[in-house]
Design a binder for this molecule. Structure first.
Ligand code: PHE
Length: 350
């Protein structure tokens, strides 16, 4: 019986059947255990002759079980080692690294260009109030231009409180700067702005950079020179040509929309549109780039400045737009997907 049991143990091919064999022999109701119990009813002589054999059988079976268990566990380990190989001599896979975002990059470039022209960087809140975003910019309660801004309003609280909104442009920073520091002023104000608008060329959040100069005897020539100087530096081209078109903004008078000349160039059989050159030349054209103008007297008054003493100009540019033009990106929405492969494609890998 013992030899049979040991043969079965040696043949057990998993830990569960091994355990069943252990219970059958050594368990409370196992046959070895039952044999041991019979010793109590024997005479001392019988016990002396039987006991050593039973104890020996129990020891042999326990040893066989332990040996088989170790062998099965070892085989399992071998199997896992074979299937889960890890080659420590291989180089580790490269983890994708982030980089500066084109929008941040452009804002940094602009801050540097304007720093050279004596401008400092100003900021204002993205959650703005109606007065700074509209009223003080000469857009009264019923002004039709307000409707054009697709404003995200916060829910009305009681009528006494200021109506809060997500700023629709960086122009409220003009007001905050004038109120806070008075004149003269030379600032740019980069930041996020929000409009309820979304398609291939509009995202509900986008970026603008505002420029404001307030001083004595400031005129449109200063505006034109400043814009020309900044655009030549930004696009790294000397042949940038601007066209100033009469326009309308409630906060500037006169207002001018600024177009920049482009041309198609062929290289290696690929035609590309690049900025530069006179837009009126054959094969050239104009692209609308930004809004600007002389600060409206009413705006100076709202901000507490005397318009007979101080004049100024202001401009507002889309930063995302500038980045697309400079780096040849064509889908605005990709700017805000956070895909490092897109960044790398345009040379923004770290
Ligand atoms: N705030 C205007 C806009 O968002 C741009 C602008 C700024 C125009 C300053 C004139 C002067 O469209």
């Amino acid at each position: 019986r013992k030899d049979q049991a040991i043969a079965a143990i040696d043949a057990a091919d998993d830990l569960d059947s091994l355990e069943a064999l252990r219970v059958a022999a050594l368990g409370k109701q196992g046959w070895i255990s039952l044999l041991l119990k019979t010793l109590g009813q024997m005479t001392p002589e019988e016990r002396q002759s039987q006991a050593p054999a039973i104890q020996a059988a129990r020891g042999e079976i326990a040893d066989a079980i332990a040996a088989r268990k170790a062998a099965l566990e070892n085989a399992e380990l071998e199997r896992r080692l074979a299937s889960e190989t890890l080659d420590l001599s291989l180089p580790a896979p490269e983890a994708p690294r982030g980089s500066v975002h084109p929008v941040s990059q452009v804002m940094d470039e602009l801050a540097e260009i304007f720093a050279d022209l004596g401008f400092s960087v100003a900021t204002g809140p993205e959650i703005e109030d109606d007065w700074h975003n509209f009223t003080a910019l000469n857009m009264a309660e019923a002004h039709p231009a307000r409707a054009m801004h697709d404003t995200f309003y916060f829910p009305d609280r009681d009528a006494e409180e200021r109506q809060m909104l997500l700023r629709t442009h960086t122009s409220p920073v003009q007001i905050r700067s004038m109120v806070a520091q008075g004149a003269p002023i030379r600032i740019i104000a980069p930041g996020r702005v929000y409009r309820s608008d979304s398609d291939a060329t509009h995202t509900p959040m986008f970026h603008q950079i505002e420029g404001l100069v307030i001083d004595r005897d400031i005129h449109l020539g200063h505006l034109k020179w400043t814009l020309e100087t900044f655009l030549k530096a930004f696009f790294e081209r000397d042949d940038i040509v601007l066209r100033l078109r009469p326009s309308y903004f409630p906060f500037t008078e006169p207002s001018v929309e600024v177009d920049v000349g482009w041309q198609d160039v062929s290289a290696n059989g690929i035609r590309r549109r690049v900025l530069g050159g006179d837009g009126d030349a054959p094969g050239h054209g104009w692209m609308e780039l930004l809004g600007s103008g002389m600060v409206n007297r009413r705006v100076l008054e709202f901000a507490g400045l005397d318009p007979d003493e101080w004049q100024g100009f202001a401009f507002g540019v889309g930063v995302d737009r500038l980045a697309m033009l400079k780096y040849g990106m064509d889908d605005l929405r990709a700017f805000f997907d956070g895909d490092v492969r897109w960044l790398a494609h345009y040379g923004f890998s770290a």
